[in-house]
Design a protein around this ligand. Structure first.
Ligand code: ACO
Length: 428
């Protein structure tokens, strides 16, 4: 196969090298295009632009394949713990028993928040969205660890990694407790990562609370399934912000904000709203399928479609299995799961969705599981963020360690007015 692409421009030929990844993906390297020809590439939404060479996650969207550091997601979700996957993403390989023990110990040791940080939660309105609180609190961590956040110092990077993994579940649970007016439940370092989070969320000081192991495992599976997804909107944001040289807390806070949007991690919340809306409306599922197809109607089938997957999202397949098991155990049945199943069946048999390769994505069934566990709907994107955190950290660290990293600074094609002269205000 050719190792160069040729661009003919104004009688000149630009030769661009071809880069090939381990799984055979190819890219035209246009790094020198502007300096050689004065012309740039134009790619709104970056659908054809590789912004990094990365060793972390591989996705084959056409065939519904997802793997981390070479390990298929199906194996990780069934056999690994979340912290093992976090280690794999961040350090590049599965940990030995000793390495995992030490990683777990480091993460566990940092679960407490500084006491003064508790006042932070009181300052927000009680109905504040927990994603806004999570982003603010993540940013605020940089005010508490100023002597230890130098992005160019490997020890500080290691400490920031442990602190973020340890403290974000505590921040998330505290923001929830604030919103429902219950006392904070401090982290318990004798519990596993998922058990500790569920305990902080659901325990109250007045009673003993035992975490159901089946629920904890279902929750851990969801964390694993969200752990990384290569150069998505929030991971690219984390890399972009980090490329300016700012610390990891500030970069991850920006990632939380990017994830909040309804087209990204906010979609799981929107799916439940949509299913509730369908349930309480007089119209049937078919009506909503027709509305989703109608270009003049803003209604979209939330939890459907993906920029990269043009096949069934492998995470959605695994989550769908879990949804049936968990809901059967916890609720017996759920009318929203029935509507979701009906919607999926109807959509997958409809030309509009078939032609556009629109399949359920990770958000379609995840909200139903969270909801059956009693997790409140506005916490869903927060739970996504807790899962995605190791991915953001791994992407940030890879960006920092890449000697080729430059500040991210896209170009544009200016389409505003051509040069004109200033007009005095009384003459306009
Ligand atoms: N319902 C109805 N039509 C849809 C949907 C949908 N959910 N998704 C895409 N389409 C249609 C578009 O209208 C477009 O049709 P056209 O070619 O006739 O104009 C075509 O499918 C292609 O869609 P785009 O919006 O161009 O695809 P893009 O890659 O830009 O967007 C996105 C992907 C944002 C995920 C989109 O599918 C969407 O809005 N889905 C609903 C929101 C959602 O579930 N987001 C979560 C994504 S997963 C994640 O971030 C974790």
């Amino acid at each position: 196969m050719t190792d160069h692409a040729r661009i003919e421009l104004d009688g000149q030929t630009f030769e661009a090298p071809i880069i090939e990844g381990t799984e055979g993906e190819r890219a035209i390297d246009v790094t020198k295009l502007r300096s050689s020809t004065g012309t740039i590439t134009y790619d709104v939404g970056y659908g054809n632009t590789g912004s990094a060479k990365s060793e972390i996650t591989f996705i084959d969207g056409e065939n519904g394949v997802l793997s981390h550091r070479g390990y298929p997601i199906e194996q990780l979700v069934d056999q690994a713990t979340f912290l093992e996957v976090a280690y794999l993403l961040i350090h590049g390989d599965l940990p030995s028993r000793e390495a995992l023990a030490s990683f777990q110990e480091n993460v566990t040791r940092h679960t407490l928040l500084r006491e003064d940080m508790k006042r932070f939660f009181d300052a927000f309105p009680h109905d504040a969205h927990p994603m806004a609180i999570l982003a603010s609190a993540t940013n605020a961590l940089s005010t508490f660890y100023q002597d230890n956040y130098d992005p160019d110092d490997p020890d500080s990077v290691e400490k920031s990694t442990h602190r973020l993994l340890a403290k974000l579940p505590t921040v998330a649970a505290f923001s929830y407790k604030t919103s429902i007016g219950q006392p904070y439940i401090y982290p318990r370092n004798d519990l596993s990562y998922p058990d500790n989070f569920l305990h902080m969320m659901f325990a109250v000081p007045a009673e003993e609370y035992t975490v159901d192991p089946d629920i904890a495992r279902a929750f851990e599976r969801l964390l694993i399934l969200h752990a990384d997804h290569e150069q998505n909107c929030s991971a690219s944001t984390v890399r972009m912000v980090g490329s300016s040289g700012v610390n990891m807390f500030a970069s991850v806070a920006a990632g939380v904000d990017a994830l909040w949007g309804p087209l990204h991690g906010g979609a799981n919340q929107q799916v439940i709203d949509m299913l509730e809306h369908i349930r309480h409306s007089d119209a049937d599922v078919r009506t909503f399928i027709e509305r989703a197809k109608d270009k003049d109607d803003p209604f979209r089938l939330m939890g459907f479609g993906h920029r990269v997957y043009k096949n069934y999202d492998p995470r959605a397949l695994l989550i769908k299995e879990s949804a049936h098991t968990v809901i059967r155990k916890l609720l017996g049945s759920d009318p929203l799961l029935e509507i979701a199943t009906e919607l999926e069946e109807a959509a997958l048999n409809e030309d509009y969705f078939i032609e556009r390769n629109l399949y359920p994505n990770v958000d379609f069934y995840s909200g139903l599981i969270y909801r059956s566990m009693g997790l409140p709907i506005n916490m869903f994107p927060v739970l996504f963020a807790l899962g995605r955190l190791p991915g953001w950290i791994a992407q940030w660290r890879e960006m920092k360690n890449d000697p080729g990293t430059r500040i991210n600074r896209p170009r544009q094609i200016y389409t505003g007015p051509a040069r004109r002269d200033y007009i005095q205000i009384d003459k306009r």
